[in-house]
Structures are given as C-alpha cells and as structure tokens.
Design a protein around this ligand. Structure first.
Ligand code: DGJ
Length: 355
C-alpha cells in the first residue's frame, strides 16, 4: 500500500512515472469505488513527487465524459496509461488502452491525448487500431494476405491453434482494421524515438510500433515479438545498449510468473531469457517468482541522475475486494553477471543504488 501526502491510498494503477524538470509524475488508472451503477474507470490520475517517496495528488488529468458519442464516455475502460514528453513539440503525450463502453475487452484500441503541462488537463485526440493495412517488418511475404473472420477461425481450429497464431492468423485477420492493443507501454529510446509496445493478437503476441517524431502517430514500422508467447503487461528498459522487456503471462487479474525478453535492437530478434528475474518471497502473501510476489509488471522507472538505477513497478490487483484498492510493489532492478535480478525486499530506499 502506498499513500499520498493526505494519507489516502494512491489511485494510479497500471501506471508509469515520468521525470520532468525536477519532478516525478506518477500517472495511472484512476478507479472508482465499486458502487452499483458506477463505471469502473474515472480516468487517469496523476501524483507528483520530487523524491520518489512523498506523492502529492495532482488530480484526474484525463476524465471520462458524459457525451455518449465520445470514445471515452463513462463506462469505457481506460487501462495502463503511459505519458512521455516530446522535446521537439513541448507536449506531454499520453497513450492508453481503451475499451469502448459495454464491449468487455473486445475493442482492444489504443487512444491518445495531449497536454501542455504534466498536470494536464489532457485532451483526447482519438482512438485507433495501429498500423491498419501495414504488415510487420518481420513477416514472410508468403503470408501477406489478409484473412476474413471465417478464414482465421478455420486456420486456428482443431490442433492447429498455436502454430496458426504463431504464423500470424490474427495478424492477417486484423490487417485491414488495424492490430489489437490491450496491455501497453511506451518506451523512449536514447535517440528520442518512441515506441508503443502492446499485447495484441488476443494477448498471444507482443507488438512494437514505432511512433512518429511528435509521438502522435505511427510511422508504419512495426514488428511481432514472441509470436504465440501469450504475454502481457510489457515494461521496457535499456542498459548498455541492450533492451529488456519484462512481461507477465495472461491469467486475468491473477498473478503469474514474470518473463524477460532481451534484444540488441528494438527491432529484435527478441529472445526469451531462460530465467525468471524475480528472486525471493513476499512474506506478506508468501508468493515468490512463480507469482511475481503477487504483482504484475507495469513500468520500469529510471531514477534521474543515477546511472543504472531502475525500479520495476508492479500492480497487486485486488478485483475481489475492489480494483481501486489494488496495491503496488516497487523493487530495485539489479544486474548480476549481466542477468537482471529483481530481488524481494520488504523495505528499501534509494540508497541501494549507491552500492
Ligand atoms: C490483465 C491485464 O494485465 C490488466 O491490465 C487487465 O486488463 C486485466 N487483465 C483484465 O482482466
């Protein structure tokens, strides 16, 4: 549990932390308490801190609206919002996973919003399915034909499900309308290029989409990562020229084992590490690496001014109580013999990065 400076449980789930001009901004899903008739999501909440310990509530920086024609009409789902700052335009750019009202998780769209200030307000631009009509760069020419829904269902029927998904049955089916976006993150590389990284293809395959220089659109360059690997909750970092992507398995709100994907280029090849980076047991719930201490990855935050100081952020989902009460686990990331290690610590402070 983490509390804001007023002593209230922080409401910023599936979030991220942006450092800007001496202040950290923590953005996340601002959930409503479970009351009959209340839509689950209120919007995106923001908290600020200058030390990463004390978090002041800035408020709801993007809110659902009453207009039934808006993509973010009350009752929609806004999940895993991520905010990055564009040096060239001076705008704060937010992308998030959007599900239209009343459609469960079937819409699987990305939405984007912009603001002039980190504390918002963010204005919704639109929502989309990325890269409609564009094939991934790592897709064989022989399979570059779109599939209808019936053709896709035939491909994945019977014993052929996993190979058919691996070979792109969903990619081909989604070709014309654009690819799915569910759990997602944003990653900004050292050269300022940014990427939307999303769980797609019914959560079977991760997609990496390059954003345009203003971060408001897609360049059309994209790849599939770990086809049919069944991963979600991506969180990225880069160290010594290597890219690391932490992901989880797909078990709804229940925790599972974290997985690590590593690459020398954002465009791959991405290889699944043979080990789980989590080590130890969370004594509060007795959960170890096979359950990611009870959490699910959402972001890797880089501590400003401290080289190689990375913090892995996890959500502890509490759907049975109510999602607004979901907790947070933040742990320092270490590298031991070039292996990523996220060791359980019941208590720690930023001093761990001095060693
Ligand atoms: C797991 C995802 O990681 C969450 O963000 C959320 O979408 C749940 N699934 C919904 O079941």
């Amino acid at each position: 549990m983490r509390y804001d400076t007023e002593g209230v449980h922080i409401n910023a789930h599936g979030g991220c932390v942006l450092y800007h001009n001496g202040t950290y901004y923590w953005y996340g899903e601002y959930r409503n308490p479970k009351k009959e008739g209340t839509p689950g999501t209120q919007g995106v909440g923001c908290y600020s801190s200058t030390d990463l310990y004390n978090w002041k509530k800035e408020g709801v920086v993007l809110s659902v609206v009453d207009d039934p024609n808006s993509d973010i009409t009350a009752g929609c789902k806004i999940e895993r919002p991520k905010v990055i700052y564009n040096e060239k335009t001076g705008k704060f750019v937010m992308w998030f996973h959007l599900e239209f009202k009343g459609r469960g998780y079937g819409t699987a769209r990305a939405a984007l919003a912009v603001a002039d200030n980190p504390q918002g307000p963010f204005q919704l631009l639109h929502s989309l399915r990325p890269n409609a009509g564009r094939w991934p760069m790592n897709f064989p020419d022989s399979r570059k034909t779109a599939l209808t829904s019936e053709q896709m269902k035939r491909e994945i029927a019977g014993n052929n499900t996993w190979p058919a998904i691996r070979d792109g049955a969903y990619t081909r089916y989604n070709f014309e309308d654009g690819q799915m976006v569910r759990d997602m993150t944003l990653f900004v590389d050292e050269n300022g290029k940014a990427y939307l990284v999303a769980s797609a293809e019914e959560n079977y395959t991760i997609h990496i989409h390059e954003l345009t220089d203003d971060y408001l659109d897609l360049t059309g360059k994209w790849i599939r990562v770990e086809p049919s690997g069944h991963n979600e909750a991506p969180a990225l970092m880069k160290r010594n020229g290597k890219y690391y992507m932490l992901v989880s398995g797909c078990t709804g709100w229940e925790p599972n084992d974290a997985r690590l994907l590593v690459a020398d280029s954002i465009w791959g090849p991405w290889k699944k590490a043979a080990y789980n980076p989590c080590v130890g047991t969370n004594p509060f719930n007795n959960m170890g690496p096979d359950k990611t201490f009870g959490g699910q990855s959402t972001y890797i935050l880089s501590v400003h001014g401290k080289p190689n100081a990375y913090i892995a952020m996890f959500d502890v989902w509490r759907p049975k109580v109510q999602l607004i009460e979901s907790g947070y686990i933040w742990l320092p990331i270490a590298f031991e013999n070039d292996k990523m290690v996220i060791r359980w610590r019941s208590q720690w402070d930023l001093g761990v990065f001095n060693n």
